[in-house]
Every structure is written in C-alpha cells, then in structure tokens.
Design a protein around this ligand. Structure first.
Ligand SMILES: NC(=O)C1=CN([C@@H]2O[C@H](COP(=O)(O)OP(=O)(O)OC[C@H]3O[C@@H](n4cnc5c(N)ncnc54)[C@H](O)[C@@H]3O)[C@@H](O)[C@H]2O)[C@@H](O)CC1
Ligand SMILES: Nc1ncnc2c1ncn2[C@@H]1O[C@H](COP(=O)(O)OP(=O)(O)O)[C@@H](O)[C@H]1O
Ligand SMILES: [K+]
Length: 505
C-alpha cells in the first residue's frame, strides 16, 4: 500500500467525493462509523468518554463519533475548540447534529478552557488536528495537549495524534504532540508513523478502510510504499526443479574477527537456510574449528596471512555474491583489506556492520562502491556514515540522497526498516518485532541478502525479499518463544518457516 503525503490524501479525499458523487459530510460520516466501530469493539458503555474536537475536519470526525457513541448508550462529554471562529463547514454541521441530541452534550470553547477532572478510567478521544496540521502546536492547543498527556488516561487519536506532522517532525515541538494509546488512521499509514521515535505518539496503530477511490489511489505517485506479503510473494522466481548447486549460486561471507566467530556462523547459517547452493566463509584461521563444527556445510576460506583479522580474498571468480562486515572489526589490516576488496569486487556486494564503520572513517570510499551495492546500516552506523541528524525524517532524506547519488541500495534498519533504491523509491517493511533487537540479528539479515544475491536476484529485489523474510522469521520465532526470549539463532531457525509461510509451501 502506498504512503501518500498529507497533500495527496487531501486530493484522494476530494476525488472520492466528486467521483462517487457523495458529499464530504457523508464521507465524514462513513469515516466516523468505522471509528465508532473500532472504539465500541474495544470499550464498553461503562467507559466514560471525553472527546476533544478541533476546528477542522478532524474535529468534525470527533463530533460525529461523539454523537454515534451517545446514540450507542455511552456517556460522552465533548469539547469543541473554536477559538478563532474558523471552524470548517463539515465540523460546524457535525456540531449541529450533536447539539440536536439535546442539551449538555457539547461544550464550545471560544476563549479560556478549564480542563475537567477526569477519572482514571476515562477514555479520551483526540480529534484536535489530523492531516491538516500545518505548523507545530503552541499556545492554548499546546497546553491542552500537555493536559491530555498528563492525565494518564487511555487516549485514542483520530487519524493522526494531534500535533504530529504527517511527514517532517524535525522542527516540531515534541512536548506538544498527543501520546496516543491507539491511533485509528484512515486508509493509509502516514510517513511519520514509519519512524521509530514516533511510536510514543502513535501507540498501537489500526488502519481503517474508508473506501477512498481505489483508481485515484492507484494513480497517485509517491516514492513511499508499505510492503506486505502479497507484494513480496510476486518477486520470487520459480526454483528450478532440475537445479544443482551451481544453479543456485555460491555466496562468500567475509565475517568474524577472532572472538566474533559467531557473526560468521549466524550470517553463514542464515545464508544456507535461504536457498543458495554453496556458502564460503572467509575468516581468520583461528576461527577454523568453530566454523567447521558449527557450520559443517560451509567451505572455509582461510585467511592464512593473519590469525586474527580479515585480509582480502585473492580472487572473486569462485563466488556469485559477497557479503563483508559481520564482526570483522575495524583493525587497520582489516580496513586495508576492505579497501582492496571493494576496489576489486565485480560481483554483487553487501556491506554490513564493521565494513560500514570502516567506511565511516574513510567517507571518500563511498564514491567508489560498485553500483547497486547494498549497505545495511542501523541508525548509529548510518549516523557515523553520514553525520545526519538523529530524527527519522532527516535520516530518511539523507539515505535517499545517498542512494540516488551513489546508486546504492540503502537498507536503513529499524522497526519499519526502509529500503531506499537509487530511483528514489522507498519501501517500508511490515514484519519484525522488538525481540529482534538482539545481538547478531543484523548478521542474519546480511546472510539472507547475500544468499539471494548469489541466486541472481537483482539487488533491489534481494533487499526487499530478505528484509521481509528476516522480519517474518523474527515474528514466527516470537510466536513460540515470545519477544523477550528470541536470539539471533532463533531467527535463523525460523527462516524456513518464513519461506513456507510466504510461499504457502
Ligand atoms: N477531507 C475529507 O474528505 C475527509 C477528512 N477526514 C478528516 O479530516 C482531517 C483533515 O481535515 P482538515 O484538512 O480540515 O485538517 P485538520 O482538521 O487536521 O485541521 C485543520 C485546521 O487546523 C488549523 N491548523 C493547522 N495547524 C494548526 C496549528 N498548529 N495551530 C492551530 N490551528 C492549526 C488549520 O488552519 C485548519 O483550520 C483528517 O485528518 C481526517 O480526520 C475524514 O473525515 C475523512 C474524509
Ligand atoms: N523493534 C524491532 N522491530 C523490528 N525489527 C527490529 C527491531 N529491532 C531490531 N530489528 C531488526 O533486527 C536487525 C538488527 O540489526 P543490527 O542492529 O545490525 O544487529 P546486530 O548488529 O546486533 O546484528 C535489523 O534487521 C532490524 O531491522
Ligand atoms: K487527531
């Protein structure tokens, strides 16, 4: 599903209204029905409800929901903030409809507001601002948001937590954003929801299908897409029945300085579990026994010259793709080896972990990474690599620029990992859970990627499939072990289930 901008959502709303021939107020009623449905399915009529409505259509939604809840037997108090006397036409109409239920349901605030006493079990519905927010909240609205956040009550935000911009929050006033327990958003995830630091505002997310025009949605051009199983499934090539080891390619993994052989084991076993024909591991001689015993299927490519660090591989004619980085360390010898290897590599390449930390110290090397190289930084590695600001939107913009200017595939790892392609497109992943925030989890991802590259998947496709499968393997691991107990090995052990789940095998 696409992730349109707030402006594009407005256009899709407007098109739906004209194309379907329905009025905007009826679209609002449709939206409010689905909100009410989601609320009543979770909270009973014994829950006291307080609704805060703003002056725009987000407020209109809130007023419609208040009416529907009252009609459903809920005790609801509603406050409409009409400070500047500029409420939208549909908001005004919804206020009239609510008033028509009788006295006392609606309090209109036109100047100062005395916050009510709220019991701990009150459910707050936040309909102050949605996609129309154009600047950070300040003054009375900022105070109101701080009041909402201080109550300790459960908060349901309509469409967007009020105060959160749909895209760029790098200059926002973070204290003036509602911290929702649940956000009921219309039709699309918003870009800001993809950034880890905004989880504290969005809370749990539910996307409500309000049947906006599918033809308009399909013709809306946006670089951002949220990827789910159906999309990934289409990217697979059939596996040739008569294929042999050679058909499915040989992957080379340069990993594990002495003391970090586990990184090589994790990447190597993930690679083997992901379908390539052969896996070679280039690792210091001292790791020999560990790898031979832990990963008997792999061929060890000994790094004879040096016992503890990684040296360059002499030739890359014997493998189809190469991964460099998991646990290699940043020793000067390794750094030199990485330089040589990058300069010499002609096959598809994925760089992870310490390979990226080394490049961060030698940023000019970015200029000669082969086209379509995949890099897989977590936020800190990306920060070291680019000196970017620390918020999700700024980081994404820099990643997009880097991807486009250097023709790289940048996999920005996080809860919703972003895969940035050189043509400007960005795909956000839908699988994965906090149990995957565990040492070695990234090594597993690198192993899956290089396996797919060795099987001759295009780098962009390999990146998309691998990220999705990796997260899915983590989800399957968590369904049996729980998020607290997953280890990176459990992710490896669930790669096969992840493939089978995705491909209905
Ligand atoms: N357009 C449509 O057909 C639909 C819209 N829907 C709702 O409409 C919302 C968007 O409505 P609007 O475009 O009216 O926008 P909002 O309701 O988000 O707010 C817009 C109003 O807030 C003011 N404003 C913006 N930033 C402000 C700030 N920092 N401080 C004070 N005032 C500020 C604007 O001047 C405008 O009056 C969506 O989020 C959704 O909830 C839904 O009803 C579905 C259908
Ligand atoms: N909360 C989370 N939700 C989803 N995926 C996560 C979460 N935390 C971590 N991951 C995933 O786990 C991997 C962690 O990689 P990384 O930080 O490089 O780990 P390591 O360096 O320990 O191997 C990434 O693919 C990341 O997307
Ligand atoms: K809202």
């Amino acid at each position: 599903m696409i992730i349109p901008t707030a402006k594009q959502i407005k256009e899709i709303d407007a098109f739906t209204i004209s194309d379907e021939g329905i009025s905007s107020i009826d679209l609002m009623e449709r939206a409010a029905y689905s909100l009410t449905d989601a609320i009543t399915s979770q909270w009973s009529t014994s829950t006291p409800i307080v609704v805060f409505a703003g002056p725009g259509n987000n407020g209109g939604d809130a007023l419609a929901v208040a009416r529907m809840l009252i009609c459903g037997g809920y005790a609801v108090k509603t406050y409409l903030f009409n400070i500047a006397s500029r409420i939208s036409a549909d908001c005004k109409e919804e206020a009239e409809r609510l008033k028509s239920l009788g006295e006392g349901h609606l309090t209109e605030i036109t100047s100062t507001f005395e916050p009510p006493e709220l019991s701990a079990d009150t459910l707050i519905i936040d309909g102050l601002f949605g996609t129309g927010l154009s600047r950070p909240l300040e003054g009375g609205f900022a105070t109101l948001v701080r009041f909402i956040n201080s109550t300790g009550c459960t908060v349901v935000s309509i469409d967007v937590p009020s105060g959160l911009m749909c895209e760029d929050n790098s200059s926002n006033n973070l204290e003036s954003i509602v911290r929702a327990s649940l956000t009921l958003t219309f039709q699309f995830r918003k870009l800001a929801f993809m950034f880890d630091e905004n989880e504290m505002y969005v809370g749990k997310l539910k996307v409500l299908d309000i049947q906006l025009s599918s033809s308009k949605i399909n013709s809306t051009s946006t670089p951002y897409e949220y990827i789910e199983a159906d999309y990934i499934r289409e990217l697979f090539k059939p596996r040739v029945n008569s294929g042999n080891k050679g058909t499915f390619g040989t992957a080379m993994i340069v990993a594990g300085q002495y003391g970090m052989a586990g990184a090589a084991l994790l990447a190597g076993s993930a690679c083997l579990r992901s379908g390539c024909g052969k896996v070679m591991v280039h690792t210091p001689l001292l790791n020999n026994n560990i790898i031979q015993i832990g990963l008997p299927e792999a061929i060890i490519h000994h790094d004879y010259n040096e016992k503890r660090f990684c040296n360059p591989i002499s030739s890359d004619t014997r493998f189809d793709a190469i991964c460099i980085g998991p646990g290699i360390g940043t020793h000067t010898d390794t750094s030199r080896a990485l330089y040589d290897q990058i300069r010499r590599t002609r096959c598809p390449l994925v760089l992870d972990a310490d390979a990226l930390n080394i490049i961060a110290r030698n940023k000019e090397w970015l200029d000669f990474l082969p086209a379509k190289t995949i890099i897989t930084p977590h936020p800190l590695e990306f920060q070291r690599l680019t000196d970017c600001k620390n918020d999700g939107y700024s980081r994404l913009k820099v990643a997009q620029e880097l991807s486009e200017s250097h023709e790289l595939i940048v996999i920005l790892k996080g809860h919703h990992t972003a895969i940035c392609l050189p043509d400007g497109r960005v795909y956000f992943n839908s699988t994965g859970n906090s149990g995957m925030a565990t040492a070695g989890s990234g090594d597993v991802l690198s192993g899956i990627i290089v396996s797919l590259l060795a099987q001759h998947y295009q780098p962009s496709v390999a990146a998309l499939i691998a990220v999705f499968l990796h997260g899915k393997a983590g989800d399957l691991a968590s369904s049996t072990l729980g998020e607290y107990s997953i280890t990176a090995s459990d992710i490896v052990n669930n790669i096969s289930n992840s493939f089978r789940d995705l491909l209905n095998m």
